[in-house]
Design a protein around this ligand. Structure first.
Ligand code: ATP
Ligand code: MG
Length: 176
């Protein structure tokens, strides 16, 4: 039995901290009610994100990471970057339509679209084809207008302060 009768679409965007951690909080909450959650991470091939091992403690949450371990150059993406983003989209669409999940999180998918790795219209198509009870969450800076128009929940994390601006590096356990 699905947890929800009718799933909505969330977009967490903006330049402030908290988009990915907000989506992870939503996963935690859904898992607590016995719901099944699939998370596809885009542009996150690096293996040291705390959520990878952290989520493995939750039996109902499946995480698939895609992307290379290195940063993508927006002006000169590699063929691998396109292939990995497409692989992520195919995975996400499979989870959205399968009927096996209550929530599907596409972490940093907005960035993959912004970098031109996958078209916004393909993401919109995948969302439209989802099972009606699936809550879909999309994160990342520079969310495209098409997704903002389609979404039911749109939150912009706006940077007021970030320690990065003081020259502080990202910290294990907090930023990754
Ligand atoms: P988090 O993963 O902490 O919830 P986020 O998903 O909102 O952050 P992203 O835009 O995905 O942030 O940024 C990825 C990395 O950059 C994270 O390690 C995050 O902590 C850090 N970060 C987030 N916002 C800023 C900012 N305004 N300036 C510099 N670094 C940031
Ligand atoms: Mg993020």
């Amino acid at each position: 039995m699905p947890v929800l009768e009718r799933g909505l679409i969330h977009v967490y965007t903006g330049d402030g901290k908290g988009k990915t951690t907000c989506a992870l909080g939503a996963a935690l909450r859904m898992a607590g009610h016995g719901g099944k959650v699939a998370i596809v991470q885009f542009l996150k091939g690096w293996s040291f994100y705390g959520e990878i091992a952290g989520l493995s403690y939750l039996p109902n949450v499946r995480l698939e990471k895609t992307g290379r371990a290195e940063f993508v150059d927006k002006r000169a993406p590699l063929l691998d970057d396109f292939a990995e983003a497409e692989r992520g989209l195919t995975l996400a669409e499979g989870f959205l339509v399968s009927g096996s999940f209550d929530m599907v999180i596409m972490d940093e998918i907005n960035v993959a679209i912004d970098y031109g790795l996958i078209p916004a219209r393909s993401v919109v198509g995948a969302l439209r084809r989802r099972q009606p009870w699936v809550e879909a969450i999309l994160t990342g800076r520079n969310a495209p207008g098409e997704l903002i128009a389609l979404a039911d929940v749109v939150t912009e994390m706006r940077e007021i302060k970030h320690p990065f601006k003081k020259g502080l590096a990202s910290r294990m356990g907090v930023d990754f």
